[in-house]
Design a protein around this ligand. Structure first.
Ligand code: DC
Length: 226
């Protein structure tokens, strides 16, 4: 039997991880795993319980959560404790708190364990902040995406406009800059480029061009295996 393939993509908010990961998954028939959605779901549940600033409660939520991800129609539906939070996890309230939840080592431990379980028996494209460095340090292909702050904010504004959230670009930019800082300066599993990751600046290239780069890598792996 052929070895399972893991393609891991990390990068800051708005760098284009989800778009590329979904394209790869669709093209190759791999499972798409959005690890950010998992941190967001824990955050949404803690906000709902009014305990998002209480670390011990957030840890408790992460340990007891029945967290389920269902890839459907190019979108990941997310349920926590039976509640559909697919839309809620993209709100500005969750976006503003998720980096604080993500610094909690016990929460990370729990979610990393789940992520490894999900990837244990299938080909996956996984994206997040530490998937190339901590979750899957032996991933077959590692990618680090980056893009100009202007481009990243425009992409997020488009997402929020689709949700009719009525936000402006300067609020979004502030949120992204704050999250970048927390995500890359935290002690546990900070966002950083793995030494052996392919770096792609997505500011001025198309998703199809990005996809081509990855598909070439997949071909190389397969030709080595055969
Ligand atoms: O990719 P995203 O914007 O949905 O991620 C939301 C937050 O979750 C991000 O600001 C930091 C956190 N995160 C993380 O710490 N580790 C991951 N592997 C994925 C996301």
């Amino acid at each position: 039997m052929l070895k399972k393939i893991i393609i891991a993509i990390d990068g800051p908010a708005g760098s284009g991880k989800s778009t590329l990961a979904k394209k790869i998954a669709e093209k190759l028939g791999f499972m798409y795993l959005d690890t950010g959605a998992m941190y967001r779901a824990i955050t949404a549940e803690a906000i709902k319980n009014n305990t998002v600033d209480d670390i011990n409660n957030v840890i408790k939520i992460s340990r007891n959560a029945d967290l389920r991800l269902f890839p459907r129609n190019g979108k990941t539906e997310v349920f926590i404790n039976g509640r559909d939070v697919t839309t809620e996890i993209r709100s500005i309230e969750v976006s503003s708190k998720v980096s604080e939840v993500s610094v909690i080592p016990e929460v990370r431990e729990e979610l990393v364990r789940m992520q490894r379980l999900i990837a244990a028996d299938q080909n996956v494209v996984v994206e997040g902040r530490d998937t190339t460095t901590v979750v899957f340090p032996n991933a077959d292909i590692k990618v680090f995406l980056k893009a100009d702050i202007e481009k990243r904010a425009e992409r997020r504004l488009k997402d929020f406009n689709e949700m009719k959230a009525g936000l402006n670009i300067s609020d979004i930019k502030k949120n992204i800059i704050k999250r970048d800082k927390i995500d890359s300066e935290r002690e546990v599993s900070p966002l950083k480029k793995a030494k052996d990751a392919i770096e792609i600046d997505t500011s001025n290239i198309t998703v199809d061009e990005e996809l081509d780069i990855i598909l070439k890598k997949v071909k190389e792996i397969k030709s080595v295996e055969n």
